[in-house]
Design a protein around this ligand. Structure first.
Ligand code: CS2
Ligand code: MG
Length: 402
């Protein structure tokens, strides 16, 4: 059996997505997601010029060997572009293998460890009162876990505050828009938000918060400590993780559970954090971290240390990634939670899928493969539009982590 062709499909049903379609000489095809938010065409060029020509003629059943070929064979290792390109190939090959087996993908991983996958939604508001009402709406929709982000008085467009009730799309402009940040103000406002939420909703709902890499290790430790009475499910990306040792400071000072990994590409990014038990949840994803083949290795390493998964699931990961993630989540023994930002209706139409939301959980379908396809005719109606993620500047003009 041979790969007879492959091509990238770029579309923008509300936001940009890059999809890889791999064809085989036996007529079975597979689909992978290669979206890198705000840098999409970099991955398209990498796939078109440097991956697809090598794939043609390869045996699609040799998923591991193809992975090693694309990783070791490139000589230049890691990085968001390379690893997303590899992830797209990996997703498509697992899709093909599962279709050939006539089984849903989770069966090939070892079968289900659970019936359904708990997800968390994003509640945002311009201030604490609005965020609190947004949390109420998610609870009404059945969510058992909600991430809460609030605007901060005096700060322009603080991270996480979207425009619609259910959708949050930060990549919003043909040139990066400029947002603001003020750590001192956030250190006061964020604990007030969770005090308000616990007073209103009690402790039965899981609450999460994303620091989006904005705090120094010491500030992150202060935030974690201040949030302890409100028993968060996790505090995410409390400080930048390029230097994993930074988490020693945070960990020494707080018992608030810590989650990291949406920007990780490989097991090497997570190794110190996992082996030193500096985090509680690893947020690497199928798309970001080289596909199912590699994410499985990260999850296995994490399981040695009782660290659980919490896959990134923002809308810049297409329904193809969500489909793969749900098969992965249904199998992985050390599952924690799955992020679920709803895709727009247009995205859901372009990517027909068989997973469904029920009572705060997602359930993957039984279709052979990962259960997600792309309607190319429809996709063609939504051409690519350049869209950047914002940048952040402090009040004095200093560029900060968005
Ligand atoms: C966020 C993301 O979902 C999250 O936790 O951190 O929304 C992130 O900002 C986007 O994926 C960036 O593209
Ligand atoms: Mg995040």
């Amino acid at each position: 059996m041979k790969i007879s062709g492959a091509r990238t499909i770029v579309c923008s049903p509300g936001r940009n997505f890059v999809t890889l379609r791999i064809e085989t000489d036996e007529g079975v095809h597979g689909i992978g997601d290669a979206t890198l938010n705000g840098r999409e065409l970099g991955v398209v060029a990498y796939l078109d010029e440097h991956v697809i020509p090598c794939l043609v003629g390869m045996d699609p059943r040799r998923i591991e060997d193809v992975w090693q070929y694309l990783y070791r064979g490139a000589y230049w290792r890691r990085g968001p572009v390379t690893m997303r390109a590899i992830a797209a190939v990996d997703m498509a090959l697992w899709d093909i293998k599962a279709k050939m087996a006539g089984m849903p993908l989770y069966q090939l991983l070892g079968g289900k460890s659970r019936e359904r996958v708990m997800v968390y939604g994003h509640a945002n508001g311009a201030d604490i009162a609005e965020t609190s009402d947004a949390v109420a709406r998610y609870i009404d929709l059945g969510y058992k876990a909600v991430r809460a982000q609030t605007g901060i008085p005096g700060v322009k467009d603080a991270y996480g505050v979207g425009r619609g009730a259910l959708y949050y799309e930060p990549a919003d402009a043909a040139l990066p828009s400029v947002t603001g940040w003020d750590t001192a103000k956030a250190l006061g406002e964020v604990p007030r938000l969770f005090e308000t939420l616990r007073a209103r909703f009690g402790f039965d709902v899981h609450l999460l918060h994303d620091g989006h890499h904005r705090y120094t290790p010491n500030e992150a430790a202060q935030l974690g400590k201040a949030l302890e009475p409100f028993r968060l499910f996790w505090l995410e990306d409390c400080t930048a993780a390029e230097n994993p040792e930074a988490f020693r400071t945070v960990r020494r000072h707080t018992t608030t559970p810590l989650a990291v990994g949406e920007v990780f590409n490989t097991i090497w990014d997570a190794q110190t954090l996992i082996q030193e038990q500096l985090i509680d949840y690893i947020r690497a994803t199928v798309l970001g971290a080289g596909g199912i083949t590699h994410l499985r290795r990260i999850a296995d390493l994490a399981s040695l240390y009782q660290i659980r998964t919490g896959c990134h699931g923002a809308t810049d990961l297409s329904p193809v990634t969500m489909g793969c993630a749900l098969h992965f989540d249904s199998w992985v023994p050390n599952f924690g939670i799955q992020e679920y930002m709803r895709h727009s209706e247009a995205s859901d139409e372009v990517f027909p899928h068989d997973y469904r939301f029920e009572d705060g959980h997602l359930i993957c379908g039984e279709t052979p493969g990962h259960g997600v396809e792309i309607d190319e005719k429809l996709a063609a109606r939504y051409p690519y539009r350049r869209a950047f993620l914002p940048v952040t500047r402090l009040a004095d003009g200093t560029l900060w982590n968005w």
